[in-house]
Ligand binder design. Structure first.
Ligand code: ARG
Length: 477
């Protein structure tokens, strides 16, 4: 079948063209070396289209059978690496179609009836992305489970909570971990919303205006497991808002990862010494023998910039494009692919770095982060983290909050000058700040008392943390 139309492309597109594309332009315009990654979606979409064409009597049952047979062979050729991708054939769509025609002749040429590469590529990207969103959903659930495990094991561990990176109030380390679980659960929600809008069928829109063939678009949507068909052909072939939305959701997830990375990096520095991450996630230095560097969280923080960059790229790509399809849209793929790869790898590595790996012998997870509870508690004691509790104590004794606040400021100043914690000031000294202070004040000045006092929905009391752990476990299954 060497005379099929695509082989001629190495000379010129069609009889209309008087000279072939230059090699440079061919390289510049071709996308096959990155969009070949869409091959499964491309074949799946083509098979659904062919099935419908046959059901509608647009192609014969024999042609349909030939297309199915040819596509099965192409599938295994690509899988085994035997398929020869050709730059001359520009993209994944033309490569597969040309091979099909080579294998089954005219039936292959009939496949494209009522279809254009414009609705084909939009369909392929949506199908592919839908599958990736499902994988990302699973990875996000794994990461949340890792965090919930750590939270449960450390519900009673006291961490200095910071505002402005200054010690503020004691919090449960478990509570801190669950803050990230909330973030990642919202991320998962965002991805499932994006999935709903991604999972719509452009096929049937053809180049831009729809087609004169009596296609059954609903049937194709059903075959492909899509939630519905795109209702406007111009919009269907040209907008990539689903890809932008996806990359935006991915950017937010990476930003959450990046915030966590920043904390892990700070916590494992010698000055904090709050946690250790397993050696397999760290690297040494070629010059300083004592170093163990948190390369994985640092890289994740760096890769966040890369994903946010892809979002900027995609948004800018769309801006200024007139309806309907423009070749600009071919540029949607590399940022989208790289976003998916970066996000998936990052989620996988973080689940394991936080929660550990299952030991095949014991069935238990090991090798996640290890927590130095004493170092955290010592740090919480340094920063007058219970000052608010003393103010609250005075409010309960009848002082207006603003006055209590001021009174405690004096007490903190006194403690600072004695280089001790509030809880170490003798009762007589404390009573000097306000006569209503009694012996029971020491309960509220302890870190644990402060933690337990915040026994309110969403608060840091270990009892609340355990309730949240149970809620997340029920939700995550
Ligand atoms: N490779 C193209 C893309 O990714 C496929 C669509 C080409 N359509 C066209 N009219 N040139 O967008």
């Amino acid at each position: 079948m060497s005379q099929n139309q695509f082989d001629k492309k190495s000379q010129a597109w069609s009889a209309l063209f008087s000279e072939p594309m230059s090699d440079l332009v061919k390289r510049y315009t071709s996308s096959v070396f990155f969009d070949k990654r869409l091959w499964q979606a491309d074949i799946t979409g083509s098979l659904a289209h062919a099935e419908m064409l046959a059901a509608q009597g647009i192609i014969s049952a024999e042609d349909h059978a030939a297309i199915q047979k040819g596509m099965a062979q192409i599938w295994s050729e690509i899988e085994s690496g035997a398929f020869e991708w050709k730059l001359d054939l520009e993209d994944v769509h033309l490569n597969i179609e040309a091979r099909l025609t080579q294998l089954v002749g005219d039936a292959g040429k009939r496949l494209h009836t009522g279809r254009s590469r414009n609705d084909q590529v939009a369909t392929d990207v949506r199908l592919w992305l839908r599958g990736e969103i499902d994988l990302i959903g699973e990875l996000l659930a794994d990461l949340q489970k890792s965090l919930v495990d750590v939270a449960e094991a450390h519900a009673d561990v006291i961490l200095p909570g910071f505002t402005h990176l200054q010690v503020a109030q004691p919090v449960s380390f478990g509570h801190h971990m669950l803050a990230y679980v909330e973030m990642f659960s919202r991320d998962a929600e965002r991805f499932s919303e994006v999935r709903r809008r991604t999972n719509r069928l452009p096929l049937g829109s053809a180049a831009l205006a729809g087609t004169s063939y009596p296609l059954d678009r609903e049937r194709v949507a059903k075959t492909l497991g899509m939630d519905g068909v795109c209702q406007n052909s111009l919009d269907a072939v040209s907008d990539r808002d689903f890809a932008i939305e996806f990359t935006s959701a991915a950017s937010l997830t990476m930003i959450h990862i990046s915030r966590m990375s920043e904390e892990l990096i700070i916590w494992m520095s010698q000055n904090f010494g709050f946690i250790k991450i397993a050696d397999r996630f760290t690297t040494g230095s070629s010059i300083m023998p004592q170093k163990k560097n948190p390369d994985v969280p640092e890289l994740a923080r760096g890769k966040t910039g890369r994903v946010v960059g892809h979002l900027m790229g995609l948004i800018t790509l769309m801006k200024g494009q007139p309806l309907a399809y423009n070749k600009d849209n071919q540029e949607d793929k590399e940022p989208l692919f790289d976003t998916v790869d970066t996000l998936k790898d990052t989620l996988r590595i973080f689940s394991e770095m936080i929660g550990g790996q299952v030991n095949a012998a014991t069935g238990k997870k090991e090798g996640g982060i290890s927590v130095n509870a004493e170092a955290m508690e010592r740090a919480a004691l340094k920063g007058y983290a219970t000052a608010t509790d003393l103010a609250d104590y005075l409010v309960k004794k009848g002082l207006p909050f603003r006055d209590a606040h001021e009174t405690v400021a004096h007490a903190v100043k006194a403690a600072q000058s004695h280089a001790c914690d509030l809880s170490e000031l003798p009762l007589a000294v404390l009573q000097g700040f306000h006569a209503s202070i009694e012996k029971d004040v020491y309960e509220c000045l302890s870190l644990r008392g402060s933690l337990n006092a915040r026994n309110i929905l969403g608060g840091t009391a270990p009892a609340q943390v355990r309730a949240q752990v149970a809620r997340h476990r029920a939700r995550l299954g």
